[in-house]
Design a protein. Structure first.
Length: 65
């Protein structure tokens, strides 16, 4: 059964955003598909090389910085 969860690795931390800086914008690569890079908003601490489990992998963040 396909759960829809995709694993991705953080390749670049772009910066902090949000009204109080609580969200970090990162650029990620999906595992198994190195050609697909998207930008996502992540809540919590994150650094380059971290793995993310994405429930909705098609959603992409807009440039806020």
């Amino acid at each position: 059964m396909d759960t829809g969860v995709k694993l991705a690795v953080v390749i670049n931390v772009i910066g902090r955003t949000g009204s109080r800086g609580q969200v970090t914008q990162v650029r990620i690569n999906f595992l198994g598909d190195k050609s697909c890079q998207i930008m996502r908003n992540v809540k919590g601490s994150v650094c380059v090389g971290d793995f993310l489990a994405l429930m909705d992998p098609k959603r992409e963040a807009i440039w806020l910085i």
